[in-house]
Design a protein around this ligand. Structure first.
Ligand code: DGL
Length: 263
């Protein structure tokens, strides 16, 4: 590529998708690490949650989201959803030449780097049932726990509520001798302070958003695709529930306007 063409391709946006607003934790981490990158985000709120759907359905939805981002001429696609990564990253990679980064491998790498003696993995039912973390972390001693109610509690803004504390105790009460807890869902970083408070400071939490953003930065650097732009963020959602403004602010840490997307 000539340098003019290369920079043109580097100035394209990073495409990010999730089933809803959870992936905004990844966008937040990306903006912190790569403030000059333009980001196009798609949240498939009309079809949330992905966490309880079958593999076939999640693959079909993920492909729709991917096609939407392809039409925005992005330079890379980030699957900011563990469930979609677990079931669909192979399909998307086989389907396209675009670089694709998911949230599973970066969190696995960050976990292995921490050299834990025993790992807890919490995620949606779909992600746990896919077995992806169990395979990738093998032969580390591991306890994998589906936490299907966490997403609803977080979306309701109840991160500090006693109902959530009760559910954390319910789901995580059986963790035994775990020193590292992998948050295997992009919603869960919002629960991190409450989990830490209840589980004690000796448990190290692996945040899927920061580890994913670091992988994206390394990948862009390696392929000479780092942008030098204004860091604009374009948010698209397939539905617009009445409390969406509040959710965007909670997950992204800032208020950004959004558009309705048709897939
Ligand atoms: N953000 C999704 C994930 O990381 C969970 C939300 C959902 O179930 O759609 O798995």
């Amino acid at each position: 590529l000539s340098s003019a063409k290369r920079s043109k391709s580097a100035e394209r946006a990073i495409g990010v998708f999730d089933s809803g607003v959870g992936g905004l934790t990844v966008v937040r981490a990306l903006r912190k690490l790569l403030p000059q990158e333009e980001i196009v985000y798609l949240g498939d709120l009309a079809r949330l949650p992905y966490g309880d759907k079958s593999a076939e359905t999640v693959r079909r939805y993920a492909l729709d989201c991917f096609h939407f981002l392809e039409r925005q001429d992005v330079k890379m696609v980030v699957i900011a959803c563990n469930t979609a990564t677990a079931w669909a990253i192979d399909l998307l990679q086989a389907h396209s030449e675009l670089p694709i980064v998911g949230v599973v491998q970066p969190a696995v790498d960050a976990t292995l780097k921490a050299a834990p003696s025993k790992v807890g993995v919490i995620a949606t039912r779909g992600t746990i049932n896919s077995g992806v973390f169990q395979q990738k972390l093998h032969p580390l001693p591991l306890q994998a726990i589906p936490c299907p109610l966490f997403v609803s509690l977080i979306e309701e803004g109840l991160t500090d509520h006693q109902a959530t504390e009760l559910m954390i105790r319910h789901y995580l009460g059986s963790l035994d001798q775990v020193d590292t807890l992998l948050l295997g869902c992009t919603h869960y970083p919002l629960l991190a302070p409450t989990i830490s408070r209840l589980m004690g400071p000796s448990i190290r939490l692996i945040d899927p958003a920061t580890s994913c953003a670091e992988t994206v930065a390394a990948e862009l650097q390696k392929t000479d695709l780092l942008a030098n732009g204004t860091g604009q963020v374009d948010l698209h959602f397939t539905d617009r529930p009445p409390h969406l403004e509040r959710l965007v602010e909670a997950f992204l840490g800032e208020q950004v306007s959004f558009k309705l997307a048709t897939l």
